[in-house]
Ligand binder design. Structure first.
Ligand code: NAD
Length: 522
């Protein structure tokens, strides 16, 4: 499905580069775009392109095509479906540099993170190819004589993918690579802030589908726009699985609407992630890990480190060093230098950060850093100095997620105190501990330890690998994507009992003996 994209009316180097990149992916660039929305690069704040939104009727028609595609695709053997995903991975490998650059231009990530996002897509394709020969069911011992009992996994249908701006393409691949090998079709609504990388990826997917004989048209479909378009996907009875990544506010609405029609929601929502630094921690290692987890991606990862609990005995050895790192970290346009912190996505993110810092000051927080960074960057970009805030208690802005580089730091006097504080927020995505004490690390990973979906030892809260199931508890939504057995959410489970005997015993010893005059035995 081609997308309506119009080059910006005023020629600009970034707009020209984006147009060239999109063309290299085979994305069409129609001249006219009615009802279009404006896309700006956070690097400079300048207009890049106008992208036409999908109307609700067009979205419903796309869902219809995806449904037809599913009916055909589910009949293709799973290893052949894996072959399609292998080719998709090859396409991504060949286009890694260009797609990574487009991620940087559209989202503002530093170059290595833009490339890393594409690498993650390649990795999940590799994972899914292997999975295509391992969609295992179980056999169970039946309680009845001459019976067998087993479960098998069948394709579910259309997987609706709603994604957030901060991982504009990797989240699609986490879902789509699994969905395709599971025999599902995919309808994707990316963030309205990042349609360009989505258009590029859709073009690559279409290129692969076009040369794959068994792949039906409509197997991978893109619909563009904001909440209204997303709601078409959420409410459509033909979509049995909705995988929605974004804020908790979004998930609260989407989860309820999907549940109202008894479909399945995979919710990947906001985090408020914490690390605990214990007396035995390797502080050099902790410093590096904390710096990346808290400032990487300009604090715009769902797994970004937002709360740090440091034991009293090492606080004065660690926190002053951390403040120094915060004061010296390079902020700037990632395409023009070697900055480690790029811009925030837009002005709203900047005002959200300012508001949270003001709230922190009101409750006694001491703010180091923060504020707009204007030196050597385009005035239209919202660059900020990352902020480290020493907090007297876990109150106010520490209890919710502000999607910006703010790290709240607290002094704690015991491991138990730190653990209670870590778990004492509504979100439950990621957590980590820095300790060389086996009792502490084991307790942290135990049933009475971290209550998060991700619990790391001697590393930060961010930077997950695709091999594990990814997701979190509580207001993070409970969904799991990516590795391990997350594929099961993309299939429907069928329990099957087979009677290969001549008698008809009932389970649990129930007797139901009918009088049958015509029986051969009578
Ligand atoms: P957002 O909630 O504003 O938007 C996310 C997506 O949901 C967008 O595509 C948006 O158009 C769509 N949407 C919003 N309301 C909708 C509705 N009622 N029906 C259907 N679709 C709707 O989030 P954002 O600002 O793009 O991303 C940042 C948030 O995403 C943060 O909270 C971050 O923690 C979270 N996030 C979570 C994960 C995870 O795996 N847990 C990963 C990435 C981002």
């Amino acid at each position: 499905m081609s997308q309506a994209v119009e080059a910006a009316p005023v020629a600009h180097p970034l707009a020209d580069e984006v147009a060239a990149l999109l063309e290299s992916f085979g994305a069409e660039l129609p001249r006219q775009a009615e009802g279009s929305c404006i896309v700006r690069s956070p690097l400079t704040g300048e207009l890049i392109v106008r992208v036409q939104e999908t109307s609700p009727d067009e979205a419903r028609a796309a869902i219809g095509r995806a449904h037809d595609a599913f009916l055909a695709w589910r009949q293709v053997p799973a290893p052949r479906r894996g072959e399609l995903v292998r080719l998709l991975g090859e396409e991504l490998r060949a286009n890694k540099a260009a797609l990574g650059r487009l991620v940087t231009i559209e989202v503002g990530k530093i170059v290595s993170e833009g490339l890393g996002e594409v690498q993650e897509m390649i990795d999940i394709c590799d994972f899914a190819v292997g999975l295509s020969r391992q969609l295992y069911g179980l056999t169970m011992g039946s309680e009845r004589a001459d019976h067998s009992l087993m479960e098998q996994w069948h394709p579910a249908g259309i997987v609706g993918v709603i994604s957030a701006f901060n991982f504009p393409v990797a989240v699609w691949s986490w879902n789509a690579a699994l969905a395709f090998v599971c025999g599902d079709s995919v309808v994707w609504k990316p963030s309205e802030k990042t349609p360009l990388t989505a258009i590029a990826v859709q073009a690559l997917a279409e290129r692969v589908i076009a040369r794959f004989p068994e792949a039906p048209e409509g197997l991978s479909t893109l619909i563009l726009g904001g909440r209204d378009v997303g709601e078409v996907l959420v409410d459509d009875q033909r979509v049995p699985v909705v995988s929605a990544t974004g804020s908790t506010a979004m998930g609260r609405v989407v989860g309820q609407r999907v549940a109202a029609r008894f479909a399945r929601a995979i919710l990947e929502l906001g985090g408020n992630n914490a690390s605990i630094v214990c007396p035995s921690a390797d502080l050099d290692l902790a410093l590096c890990a904390i710096a990346f987890a808290a400032m990487g991606t300009a604090g715009q990862r769902c797994t970004t480190l937002r709360r740090l609990f440091v034991h009293d005995s090492v606080y004065d050895a660690l926190v002053p060093r951390l403040k120094q790192v915060y004061a010296s970290v390079s902020v700037g346009n990632p395409l023009e230098g070697d900055a480690l912190v790029g811009p925030l996505i837009d002005e709203a993110a900047y005002t959200g950060m300012e508001r949270a810092l003001a709230e922190a000051r009101e409750v006694g927080g001491i703010v180091h850093g923060g504020g707009r960074h204007t030196h050597g960057v385009a005035p239209g970009g919202f660059y900020v100095r990352p902020a480290l805030v020493e907090m007297p208690a876990q109150v106010g802005p520490m209890l919710h997620e502000t999607f910006a580089p703010i790290l709240y730091v607290m002094r704690v006097r015991s491991f138990d105190e730190a653990l209670d504080l870590q778990n004492g927020v509504p979100q439950g995505l990621s957590s980590s501990i820095f300790s060389n004490d086996m009792r502490e690390t084991s307790r942290f990973l135990s049933a009475t330890g971290s209550d998060c979906g991700i619990a790391n030892v001697n590393m930060g809260s961010s930077g997950a690998e695709i091999g594990g199931a990814f997701g979190g508890e509580k207001e993070t939504g409970g969904g799991r994507e990516s590795g391990s057995d997350a594929w099961k959410a993309y299939m429907r489970r069928q329990t099957t009992a087979i009677n290969y005997g001549r008698a008809m015993p009932l389970a649990q010893g129930v007797k139901f003996e009918i009088a049958d005059e015509g029986s051969a035995k009578a």
